[in-house]
Write a protein that binds this ligand. Structure first.
Ligand SMILES: [Zn+2]
Length: 394
């Protein structure tokens, strides 16, 4: 299967399928994007040396923690978080506190994966869940403010682990994949070592909690999304690392390993051909579809680019998959529109305003989704209540 890029007026990386419209993308003089350069850097890094550094960090964290938790591991139940727990608990004997921010759109498979990884690795866990009604108001506000459906998730994932770090005096936070893996915000030669408390606001949430306040969202509503102050973070000595900067990261092989040995489960995914990224959330399809409407590429382009870098696909095969999947209207849009109290015309009107300059006068193709989706695209909480409300339990 051979394909061409969807938009002839855009510059695409000469190695993979990513267009110039990806936020923060940088090309070198050969037209190669930073993520493709990172994939090459990975091969030339002395990972044994890096692992030695990781051992040192862990040793120090353990000795400083005393009887407290050694670190915080933010987990969603996705493949990365389960792999983090495997490495840190099983291989390095750490005692982490796992924390989860539940943005309200957990899928059935994702809920299983989250519970399963807590059971398998025996870790203490704190979960924060946003109330349903607030989730809906945030979903509405999110689209016009940042051009995607998911501010609640972006902001909560950044704020909640930090709040816990400060509250419980656990300075070390450990994330999974390196920032260098798929973005130009870091390179493997120069990983992000210093912790930036506003990282998630800058990269994904875009707007702070205060900037989301409006006539239907109060300061009190937005309190769970407030990031602790610089002083509070300093007092707790908060710092963070990404495991992927210290060990060779290969998400495909890691996923196969977790499926085989720890019963992690894949699921059907909207907007792409891979089944292991973002399975915990029913709204991923909408998130990626808005990216397509805004920037002209969706999750299939992103996945295909990863596979091209790993030599699993040719660039042309990648473009063919992107053309096939990126423009499909996701089924989850039905739930989103209901939750946000919006009709479809309004949705497309808002997205038209969010379009990048390079695509302004181009009508993006959108295809109807003709296939039934296998995962139920309703949050697990709502599914669960609906399922049992008429049942006599015992
Ligand atoms: Zn590239």
């Amino acid at each position: 299967m051979r394909g061409k890029p969807l938009f002839s007026n855009l510059q695409y990386c000469t190695r993979c399928c990513m267009p110039e419209t990806q936020e923060g993308i940088k090309f070198d003089e050969m037209g190669v994007c930073q993520a493709c350069q990172s994939a090459e850097q990975k091969i030339h890094i002395d990972w044994t040396k890096r692992e030695y550094k990781l051992r040192e960090i862990i040793k120090n964290a353990k000795s400083e923690a005393g009887s407290n938790y050694d670190c915080i591991i933010p987990i969603s139940g996705g493949k990365d978080s389960m792999f983090q727990l495997f490495v840190l608990v099983k291989e390095y004997g750490m005692k982490p506190l796992a924390v989860t921010f539940d943005y309200g759109w957990y899928s059935e498979t994702g809920t299983y994966n989250l519970i399963n990884c807590l059971e398998k690795f025996n870790v203490d866990h704190i979960k924060f869940s946003v109330n349903r009604e607030l989730i809906k108001r945030l979903a509405k506000r999110s689209l016009s403010c940042i051009g995607d459906s998911c501010w609640c998730c972006h902001a909560g994932l950044g704020a909640f682990p930090l709040k816990i770090a400060v509250k419980f005096n656990i300075p070390l936070l450990i994330w999974g994949e390196s920032i260098a893996e798929a973005s130009a915000r870091a390179t493997y030669f120069d990983p992000v070592r210093r912790y930036d408390r506003e990282y998630f606001t800058k990269v994904s949430a875009k707007l702070s909690a205060d900037e989301m306040i409006c006539d239907y969202l109060s300061e009190t509503d937005l309190n769970p999304f407030q990031i602790p102050s610089a002083e509070e973070c300093k007092r707790a000595g908060v710092y963070g690392i990404h495991l992927g900067d210290y060990m060779f990261w290969d998400e495909q092989r890691q996923t196969e390993f977790l499926v085989k040995h720890y019963d992690w489960k894949e699921s059907a995914m909207e907007g792409t051909y891979k089944s292991y990224k973002g399975v915990e959330c029913i709204m991923v399809g909408v998130h990626d579809f808005t990216c397509y409407l805004k920037r002209g590429y969706g999750r299939a382009s992103f996945h295909a680019s990863i596979d091209v870098r790993h030599g699993l696909l040719t660039r042309e095969e990648g473009f063919a998959l992107a053309r096939q999947h990126d423009p499909i209207r996701p089924h989850a849009l039905d739930y989103y529109l209901m939750a946000a109290g919006m009709d479809e015309d309004e949705f497309y009107k808002i997205m038209e305003k969010q379009k990048v300059l390079q695509l302004k006068n181009i009508e993006l193709p959108v295809y109807k989704n003709t296939e039934k989706h296998l995962e139920v695209l309703i949050p697990i909480g709502e599914q669960y209540v609906e399922k049992y409300k008429y049942c006599k339990m015992y």
